[in-house]
Write a protein that binds this ligand. Structure first.
Ligand SMILES: [Zn+2]
Length: 273
């Protein structure tokens, strides 16, 4: 198991987990390099909702999807709200949010599907992307877990939803926790630390640390623990261990970039047969 950045040409880079079988699905975590956006979004901004030019974002999306041999016009993406709603999407949703943010799936922070050739896409800059593959039932998903989604256990609930919708057995599911803000940089106030203590009472010591009087939370571990709680096997959970704040020359980081910045995409699609 490993995570690596692969060069796709034209300075486009794709983060990839080794355990997600390319014979079944394609997945990618974009970086900020390449692309046509200009400051403050400079690079491959994949999000329509951050104030960037819609035409440029559409070009960025097309360029990256083309490099992945996927169809940008079929992608499905939601309007993320740091909530815990999960939506199953089908062929009739193809293209929703691809070019027009107003048309994206409303009020949703995780998408699941068993439809081949339907790319799911969510956007990130420090929040934790969690991707899912059920190689047995042939289903995929992506969850957006910022601190609020992590405390609300959206990753665990996505497993439950895949069980319900597709009959996925948790012990079959693979999950990947992508590039996002690490325990090195996710400084929080006591109020946020308390929310983690309440949500993970047995693991507070593992998730919260203090350095020179500042509290830090480990979002990666909080998501890994809830996937384990849902029945995933430890050896089926991949961790990118890649901090977007430490490595903001590679990745958009909401914190390192001072708020106004672009977004990376996490993408997964079942292969078309
Ligand atoms: Zn860091």
């Amino acid at each position: 198991m490993s995570f690596a950045l692969e060069h796709l040409g034209s300075n486009l880079w794709r983060g990839k987990f080794s355990s997600f079988d390319e014979k079944i699905c394609q997945h990618a975590f974009s970086s900020r390099l390449g692309g046509k956006s200009v400051k403050p979004y400079k690079g491959l901004n994949m999000a329509l909702h951050v104030g960037d030019e819609a035409d440029i974002v559409w070009e960025n999306r097309q360029q990256f999807f083309q490099a992945l041999e996927l169809k940008a016009e079929n992608l499905v993406t939601p309007q993320q709200v740091h909530g815990a709603n999960i939506k199953r999407v089908t062929r009739t949703d193809a293209g929703r949010g691809a070019r027009d943010y107003a048309d994206a799936i409303a009020d949703t922070d995780a998408l699941i599907t068993n439809e081949p050739g339907l790319p799911l896409m969510l956007c990130f800059a420090d929040c934790v992307p969690v991707i899912f593959l059920d190689p047995e039932r042939k289903a995929v998903g992506i969850a957006h877990a910022g601190w609020k989604g992590t405390v609300a256990k959206i990753a665990r609930d996505t497993v439950w939803q895949m069980q319900e919708e597709f009959g996925s057995a948790p012990e079959d599911l693979l999950a990947g926790i992508g590039p996002s803000i690490g325990p090195c940089c996710f400084a929080v106030g006591e109020d946020v630390a308390d929310r983690f203590k309440q949500a993970f009472p047995k693991f507070a010591d593992k998730l919260i640390s203090a350095k020179e009087g500042q509290l830090y939370v480990n979002l990666w571990e909080a998501n890994r623990l809830q996937l384990m709680e849902a029945g995933l096997l430890a050896e089926h959970i991949e961790m990118a261990d890649t901090c977007t704040d430490c490595q903001h020359q590679w990745f958009y980081s909401y914190r390192a970039d001072g708020g106004q910045t672009g977004r990376m995409a996490a993408i997964i699609a079942l292969n078309q047969y």
